[in-house]
Design a protein around this ligand. Structure first.
Ligand code: DOR
Ligand code: ZN
Length: 332
């Protein structure tokens, strides 16, 4: 029997949604994680202090006392200095979406360069900027093209801490070593799948997400960085629940649901590559250091005991690899 024990795993990019979906999915993250970064792309978005405080309360109620620290975010817009000062104590950072890049992001930024005054204030106030980094170009090139924007932001605002969210390309991995103030999250699914798994055979809507999974060489570069627990890289699942009816239909919504199966997937993957000893840094230590956060103390043990991934969670949310048996599971 092979096993690994993790201290306070953190999921640094999660979609909890609201209402009934929130009440169903938040406890699933709290099963295995000590905390996580909660994304603000609701309708309407979380973009006022009032909505931030309201949403925080909603999330806390859904967690129902579970030892899980929600690190809240606000949706980027043209904020005043006063708004930023009021919000800062209640959040981890601000998430920027290019307009229309993904689910519920129509109110995102049209022109990054017109927002320099906001970045300058965030830099001064030490508020991290979290970014969905895709242009509106050809789908496979969107992230690579956005690397120019990351370069521009990182050099123009050298003290602004910028997280490239859910990176999917070797180009983004390379940026981590180029700029001191760039960090990144990566999802478990982008460490495992490529575009082939989404549309190479029978189309799999449950693996369709933004940014779309890329080429084998991109997946391998991400995996390489994760397996060595690159000190600027954190686990961020981008777990994005949509009801089955919004996934198994024409116009399928983007998002892969992985919240309850991430740690088994990762333990199996890291074990396969002889890197289990780096899993703790990848799933917790790097994030604690990068964001200077101290989550609740929790211990999660996994072993190479097989588990079959349920056909659905939270009533009708289909997870990645539903029905498949994988080699590792959480034992306590
Ligand atoms: O696939 C995605 N789904 N990517 C995102 O960036 C957002 C997410 C969602 O909210 O469904
Ligand atoms: Zn996301």
């Amino acid at each position: 029997m092979n096993s690994v024990t993790l201290q306070s795993p953190l999921d640094m990019h999660i979609h909890f949604r609201q209402d009934e979906m929130l009440r169903r999915v938040a406890p699933l993250s709290a099963l295995h994680f000590a905390g996580g970064v909660i994304m603000p792309n609701l309708l309407p978005p979380v973009d006022t202090v009032e909505r931030l405080l309201w949403y925080t309360q909603e999330v806390r109620e859904a967690l129902n006392g579970a030892p899980f620290q929600p690190y809240m975010t606000m949706f980027f817009r043209d904020y005043t200095e006063r708004e930023l000062a009021e919000a800062k104590p209640h959040m981890l950072g601000i998430k920027l979406y290019p307009a229309g890049a993904t689910t519920n992001s129509d109110g995102g930024v049209q022109e990054i360069r017109s927002m320099h005054h906001v970045f300058a204030m965030m830099e001064e106030m030490q508020i991290p900027l979290l970014v969905h980094g895709e242009t509106h170009g050809f789908v496979m090139d969107r992230e690579r093209e956005f690397c120019e924007v990351y370069r521009h932001l990182a050099t123009t605002f050298p003290r602004l801490r910028i997280t490239m969210e859910h990176i999917t390309t070797q180009d983004a991995v390379a940026l981590l070593d180029e700029f001191e103030n760039l960090f990144a999250t990566v999802t478990p699914h982008h460490l495992i799948i490529t575009l082939d798994d989404v549309v190479g055979g029978m189309m799999n809507p449950h693996l369709f997400c933004k940014p779309i999974a890329k080429r084998p060489e991109d997946r391998d570069a991400l995996l390489d960085a994760a397996l060595k627990a690159h000190h600027k890289l954190m686990l961020g699942s981008d777990s994005a629940p949509h009801p089955r009816s919004k996934k198994e239909c024409p116009g399928c919504a983007a998002g892969v649901f992985t919240a309850p199966i991430q740690l088994p997937l990762l333990a199996e993957l890291f074990n396969k590559h002889g890197a289990l000893s780096n899993l703790q840094a990848f799933v917790s230590d790097n994030a604690r250091r990068i964001y200077n956060v101290t989550p609740p103390e929790r211990t999660i043990t996994l072993s190479n005991t097989a588990m079959t991934i349920p056909e659905s969670y939270a009533q009708d949310v289909v997870p990645m690899w539903a029905g498949r048996t994988i080699g590792w599971s959480v034992v306590s």
